[in-house]
Design a protein around this ligand. Structure first.
Ligand code: F0G
Length: 455
């Protein structure tokens, strides 16, 4: 396997330690077989999320020292605002300390009881914020997007025919906004094509429905467009981003992903009236409009990180690292959702463990085995996370996945090779993955706190 050299070198290191196996087993018992409850210091390779886990550059760290912590009008806000305007072109930039607050500010102001908000696939927090307004969050990704074997280049595309049918069926007044997640995290980090973004925008405009992007991983999406879509090969990532944002009326963004920052987010919009209402609410719940829940130094880290994430050398390395990791797993006989996405590899636990009963939670059991055998932390997106229905019954989701999210600029290929070796050990002895039963669970979002036992 040919590895690309990292387009950066190490200046500071953070020690990580692999505990002995018997200690890892003890930690699992103490955590009730829930890897969310294991202290990060007891993890060797942490692939729980790519959110807020990026390594900042020397340029970002230097930016922290320029933090202006004035309550109103701090210098760093203007850099933050200008940077976001140069990428998105939107006229209003409202800072928030992370993505879900931007979502909350948007939906509390535009969605209400009985409304429907279509998207390719809503991320959990987007869905929760829409449902909190008693509106419906509807996923309308194309059929290829939910077929783990499809090799289609843009599996994050939204099904335009389904959107049109929806508008005609319920009427445009029931749809306060059309959303689109780039890349489509919950659908495997798959990109959306420019053609699809443009056509979705035209459709929504025809019916006067506003269009917002969930832009957490927009730079990775732009890189895929450059690689895969006709007409974009010679365009810069900035040019592609400018075009992408021009089709929408605004965006929400968690800067913890393609902002290469550890905290931060924003809402940007061309709707001046909405911006003014949201700004008033921001003062109530987050802070003054020129800091919105962040320190001046954090605004600076985001402003600099956003520009660094547009660097093509960085994006090439980033997407290649994820792709090569996925291919190494496949070569080792570990089935994954094809093709590898932008920020994570999703292991198909149902195919990996075909004889493992669904009611003993194969995906979750695999996350337990990964920690026990190698100190690796991953997250289940399967029966435990998605299976519990509002009426209390269990309904297993179509796919039983384990997500291996790759933090940005953090792990080397040797670290990922190690993760592949842990998987191979489990492949060779599937009895290392043990059945689980639930001991205690919370009524909602149970995966964060659930307690299980091996039986
Ligand atoms: N939208 C998408 C597509 C996301 O992936 C996330 C977070 C958010 C919104 C919310 O942003 O965490 O800053 O409030 N995703 C993380 C993950 C948590 O692990 O995928 P936030």
């Amino acid at each position: 396997m040919q590895f690309l050299p990292e387009p950066y070198r190490t200046k500071t290191v953070e020690r990580i330690k692999l505990l002995p196996r018997d200690e890892r087993q003890r930690k699992l018992v103490e955590a009730h077989y829930n890897v969310f409850k294991i202290a990060a210091g007891d993890i060797f390779i942490d692939l729980l999320t790519d959110s807020g886990t990026s390594a900042m550059s020397d340029n970002q760290w230097a930016g922290l020292m320029t933090g202006d912590e004035s309550y109103a009008g701090c210098n760093n806000y203007f850099n933050f605002e200008n940077t976001i305007k140069s990428i998105t072109g939107y006229t209003n930039v409202i800072p928030a300390h992370q993505g879900r607050v931007a979502e909350n500010l948007l939906f509390t102001n535009i969605a209400s009881d009985g409304d429907i908000v279509p998207s390719n696939t809503h991320f959990d927090t987007t869905r929760a914020n829409i449902e909190h307004q008693k509106a419906e969050a509807l996923n309308l990704v194309i059929d290829e997007g939910i077929d783990p074997k499809s090799e289609y280049d843009f599996k994050g595309d939204i099904d335009l025919k389904k959107v049109e049918d929806l508008i005609k069926r319920v009427g445009k007044d029931k749809i306060p906004v059309g959303m689109l997640t780039v890349t489509n995290n919950a659908g495997g980090g798959q990109p959306v094509s420019m053609e699809n973004i443009r056509a979705y925008s035209e459709l929504l405009r025809e019916f006067d429905i506003p269009f917002y992007l969930d832009a957490c991983r927009y730079a990775e999406n732009c890189y895929f467009i450059k690689q895969r879509e006709k007409g974009y090969k010679d365009k810069s990532i900035m040019e592609i981003a400018n075009e992408m944002f021009s089709y929408a009326d605004g965006c929400t963004m968690s800067a913890k992903k393609d902002g290469l920052a550890n905290i931060g987010g924003f809402l940007a919009t061309n709707d001046n009236k909405l911006a003014s209402t949201i700004t008033n609410m921001l003062i109530l719940i987050e802070g003054f409009p020129t800091y919105g829940g962040m320190a001046g130094r954090d605004l600076e880290a985001v402003a600099r990180g956003l520009m660094e994430a547009l660097d093509e050398d960085y994006l090439r390395y980033r997407t290649e690292q994820v792709r090569i990791f996925g291919e190494m797993l496949e070569e080792g006989g570990i089935p994954i959702v094809r093709p590898p996405g932008g920020h994570a590899i999703f292991v198909d636990a149902k195919s990996f463990l075909p004889d493992f009963p669904r009611d003993e939670f194969p995906g979750w059991a695999l996350t337990v085995a990964l920690y026990r055998e190698g100190g690796v932390r991953a997250v289940e997106i399967g029966g435990i996370m998605l299976g519990k229905q509002p009426d209390g019954t269990e309904k297993y989701p179509e796919m039983e996945l384990v997500r291996l999210a790759i933090p940005r600029r953090v792990y080397s290929m040797a670290h990922l090779q190690y993760v592949v070796d842990v998987f191979k050990k489990i492949r060779d002895d599937k009895s290392l993955v043990k059945p689980l039963k639930i001991v205690w669970q919370a009524p909602v979002l149970r995966h964060f706190t659930i307690q299980l036992d091996e039986g």
